[in-house]
Design a protein around this ligand. Sequence first.
Ligand code: FE2
Length: 279
Amino acid sequence: MLKPIGLIEGHYECRALDDTLPVFTELLAMEIVERRTDQATVKHPNTDWRLVVHESGAGAPEKTFDNHYGFRVASHGEVEAAWNYLEANKQKYRIDKITKPQSAHFAYSVYFHEPGGNHLEIEYYNPGSALHGRSHTAGHWQMALTEKEFPGRGYFPQALTHGTLQCDDLAKSKEFLIGVLGLEQAGGMSDRTIYVKHPATPWYIVLLPRKPRQYLAPVNRLTLQLATAVEVEQAHSEFTSKRNSLGLNDIENIERADGKVSFIFSDLDKNWWELTANG
Ligand SMILES: [Fe+2]
């Protein structure tokens, strides 16, 4: 089993950075950490999990609702405020499919679709739910954003809390993510969803079995950091030799760039992951 030191990045495909980055910075309180020609890294001030946003051009496919990232606000009323703000500014940001605030599993949320082809969520989670075995609901921020940092919207996205992935076989995916990749289950959940996270951090991935489902390109992936470059190399050779028994769909070559050693692979349910380390 791998011993990752963190779930450090989500990789997010969009059509044009100039359209999608303002959605992250002006509607979701993210900050741009790095900007290149066709790639930018954004981060929420309360969440060390970074999103690497890739510009794939007008042909980037529409992602399903099941591949959204979710941001949390601290009160029920802020979900209503977010809905109002999104509705009032939908033309400016070219967002659509804005859902009326809706309740589900202790959560109250609004979803919308951004011009890069992705859905995003702003949610409130009843803190009482942490007392009901839903550990993923707690501990996402230390210092709440206020009107000073995020003025004029009436709501404050306090953290990037989760991403979601479709899968074919929930039990097999769970076994792989926990038993091989070294993630842990977060919260109780049901036989219809599983929440996984890195043991050291609160952000989590929701796995949703779907049939039929959408298979994503490698540019939509999640990155786990290992402690050393040697561990990345060992994981690559182990995955290659055990590819059939692990059911891995694809394993790409090791890359060395920007002071990092990494490779990407597609798991038994064709979801894409990256293992990386400094070195
Ligand atoms: Fe969500």
